[in-house]
Design a protein around this ligand. Structure first.
Ligand SMILES: NC(=O)c1ccc[n+]([C@@H]2O[C@H](COP(=O)([O-])OP(=O)(O)OC[C@H]3O[C@@H](n4cnc5c(N)ncnc54)[C@H](OP(=O)(O)O)[C@@H]3O)[C@@H](O)[C@H]2O)c1
Length: 242
């Protein structure tokens, strides 16, 4: 019971990529536990619609339209999130790009496209973690946690998934390296598994949605099962660990 109350009263959550898919579901799962949630996405209209839906459900959610792949936006994201929610104790790196569609093999991928994938999936999370790290480390009583959304493409190589897979593998190791260096903050990565989202439809348009997990179920598993018990530096499978 005590743990429950702490969970309810402490959480101030920043989620990148919260206007659809898993990020939106995570915002709902945290919000239902009375967290103050700030979500980031680029498309302001879609973000606004998503956030107003969550607010109608009675949840304390704010949306800020920025690009995590843009160096200039990172300090704005951190500053606005703390202004809206207070000191952030849970940072979720969920926003991600696959790169060009349909996903080309590495031999046909331009260096610029490869770089753009790394900017969003790796450098953005690195910069945003650094922007919030000092504030998070100063509040060990709030159980500060940084979560990276990973993928099985981080551990297995598939044709066409090279840039994305490299970015996710590097982000996993970024997570482990932060964990080794900053004991005051917990770092973990979570592979959500294959979900019925826009990203999955972009990557594999002919997949049968019935074979894919619902983002709401994955978000609940992450928030209720994985987050409470995952050790720093660990890489978890959302539904496998639930
Ligand atoms: N779906 C799967 O099967 C699957 C499997 C393994 C791992 N994952 C991982 O799970 C996470 C969520 O995936 P998803 O399927 O829910 O993705 P999604 O449906 O494509 O949603 C992505 C969200 O991120 C936002 N976003 C994308 N680029 C951004 C940027 N540069 N700056 C700010 N926001 C940005 C999008 O909004 P805007 O476009 O408006 O910015 C959107 O809200 C990702 O990290 C993905 O790699 C997904």
């Amino acid at each position: 019971m005590m743990g429950c109350m702490e969970e309810r009263t402490m959480k101030r959550v920043l989620i990148t990529g919260g206007s659809q898919g898993l990020g939106l579901s995570l915002a709902r799962s945290f919000g239902k536990r009375e967290a103050k949630v700030v979500v980031v996405a680029r498309d302001a209209k879609r973000l606004e619609a998503a956030v107003s839906g969550l607010r109608k459900e009675g949840l304390d959610v704010h949306g800020i339209a920025f690009d995590v792949g843009s160096k200039e936006d990172i300090h704005r994201i951190a500053a606005m999130a703390e202004e809206l929610a207070g000191p952030i104790d849970t940072l979720v790196h969920n926003a991600s790009t696959l790169g060009p569609l349909p996903m080309p093999e590495l031999s046909s991928l331009s260096c610029e496209a490869f770089q753009a994938v790394l900017e969003t999936n790796l450098l953005g999370p690195f910069r945003l973690t650094k922007a919030l790290l000092g504030s998070m480390a100063l509040r060990p009583e709030s159980s500060p946690t940084v979560v990276f959304l990973s993928s099985d493409a981080a551990t297995s190589a598939y044709p066409g998934w090279g840039a994305y897979g490299v970015s996710k593998a590097a982000a996993d190791h970024l997570m482990r390296s932060f964990a080794a260096e900053v004991p005051e903050v917990r770092f973990l990565s979570v592979d959500p598994g294959e979900m019925d989202t826009a990203m999955h439809r972009d990557a594999i348009p002919d997949a049968d949605p019935a074979t894919l997990a619902r983002p709401d179920a994955v978000a609940e598993a992450i928030v209720a099962q994985v987050l409470p018990k995952a050790a720093t530096g660990s890489r978890r499978i959302a539904l496998g660990d639930a």
